[in-house]
Write a protein that binds this ligand. Structure first.
Ligand SMILES: [Zn+2]
Length: 173
């Protein structure tokens, strides 16, 4: 039985069992339905991959928001993508504790969000200090909060005082 955790998988190389790396690569192709530029790995949703000797695969995920309808779609997509690649026995384990936090979002994921026009979450410690959120268009920090709720409940709507563009900020959790 082999378990790899999310903080280890990027270090996998060909010395490791090839299977494991392949599974993480398949999971990289599963995207967040609300933010299609982000994979579930970028989001920090996938916590661990466990492959048993008999070929049974267990994927441990932590939902971003409890009761988020996107999670059903994500679970189904994980299962489908793995079945397509020949993994027949897939178990998806949903673990609620410790709760998901935006701090688990990868740096690569934050860069992708920015390129998509959404200001990525700052870390929670910084957020408490009410930082000025950087405009994803012109990178000015001279921005104002327009509404606590943007296009979805997890985002706030900001406007840049320099380029005047409104933008979503992915709030910290
Ligand atoms: Zn701007």
């Amino acid at each position: 039985m082999v378990i790899t955790y999310v903080n280890e998988y990027t270090k996998l190389d060909m010395k490791q069992p090839v299977q494991e790396k392949k599974i993480w690569e398949i999971l990289e192709t599963v995207t967040d339905p609300e933010i299609p530029v982000l994979s579930i790995i970028d989001m920090g949703i996938v916590r661990a991959v466990q492959l048993n000797n008999d070929g049974e695969l267990t994927i441990t995920i932590t939902p971003t928001y409890s009761g988020c309808p996107a999670m059903d779609a994500i679970s189904m997509d994980i299962r489908l993508k793995l079945i397509e690649q020949g993994y027949r026995h897939v178990k998806i384990l949903s673990v609620l504790s410790p709760a998901w936090t935006t701090d688990w979002m990868s740096e690569a994921g934050k860069e992708k969000l920015k390129a998509y026009g959404i200001a990525p979450p700052v870390n929670r410690a910084e957020d408490a200090a009410r930082p000025d959120i950087e405009c994803p268009q012109c990178h000015s920090h001279h921005t104002s909060l327009l509404s606590q709720f943007g296009s979805t409940a997890c985002k706030a709507l900001y406007q840049c005082n320099e380029c005047k563009e409104p933008f979503d900020y992915f709030k910290c959790h």
